[in-house]
Design a protein around this ligand. Structure first.
Ligand code: GLP
Length: 241
């Protein structure tokens, strides 16, 4: 694994944006896999700045990792809302080239199949990932077994609690989500995993240097040939580099 440690989050954000923008410059119709959470926000700000400076995203296609079940795109806690707010409204990317799993779909199994079919037709060039405190990637929670394709997942209480900060009460935090599977994530040509803060240092150490186990979904990234891990000093503090 290619691990890079940055003194500041701003440097990390700029580096991640460099990687994504270099891909878009070299391949204007690149397929980008995108993530939510607090970690990518600065990266998206950088992408918006690069667009303002002249880089076009008009031919880019995006696939997001996950979405809550039961929140529509107008709900400000949905990932569809987040992506519009933090990124898509700041780029020139046509809305019909941006994809998220539909958490309001009547038939969720059919929605998972639809998402996988699209992903198979448009393989992801670069997948951006954050890291959950329990090692989840997307919403692939630790388990005795993991799903390859897009699926509905029951969120762990620890994940609901970690994400409760965005909702007005714990009751409002959805219990289910749709997520790309680890199998789909690993099909991306290149993966960027970004993690910041001392609170991520333990899971960073386990995911990158511990045994490969479905109980830490991010540890499966060790099997991928092109993973670039971007960390700030705090998140990297338990690694001997
Ligand atoms: C959520 C998302 C993940 C994200 C994780 C970490 O659970 N589904 O994709 O990686 O949060 O978020 P943060 O970057 O806020 O720590």
């Amino acid at each position: 694994m290619n691990i890079k440690v940055f003194d500041t989050k701003q440097e990390l954000d700029a580096y991640a944006a460099d990687l994504l923008c270099a891909k878009v410059a070299a391949k204007p119709n690149a397929v980008l896999g995108l993530a939510t959470g607090s970690t990518p926000i600065g990266i998206y700000k950088e992408l918006a700045a690069r667009h303002r400076a002249g880089l076009s995203f008009q031919q880019v296609t995006t696939y997001n990792l996950d979405e809550y079940v039961g929140l529509d795109a107008a709900n400000d806690q949905s990932y569809a809302y987040y992506m519009r707010d933090q990124l898509f409204s700041l780029l020139d990317i046509p809305a019909d080239q941006t994809h998220l799993p539909q958490g309001m779909a009547e038939d969720l199994d059919l929605e998972c199949e639809r998402y996988d079919t699209m992903l198979q037709a448009q393989p992801v060039d670069i997948q951006l990932l954050g890291l959950g405190h329990n090692g989840h990637i997307g919403f692939n929670e630790p388990d005795a077994k993991l799903s390859g394709g897009t699926h509905v997942v029951k969120l762990k209480e620890e994940t609901r609690e970690a994400n409760a900060r965005f909702f007005s009460s714990m009751d409002e935090v959805p219990r289910y989500a749709i997520t790309m599977g680890v199998g789909s994530i690993l099909k991306a040509d290149t993966i960027i995993l970004a993690a910041c803060g001392a609170d991520k240092s333990s899971i960073v150490e386990q995911a990158l240097t511990g045994p490969i186990t479905t109980e830490i979904p991010a540890s499966l990234l060790q099997t991928h040939p092109r993973v670039i891990v971007l960390l700030d000093r705090e998140a990297a503090q338990r690694l001997t580099l």
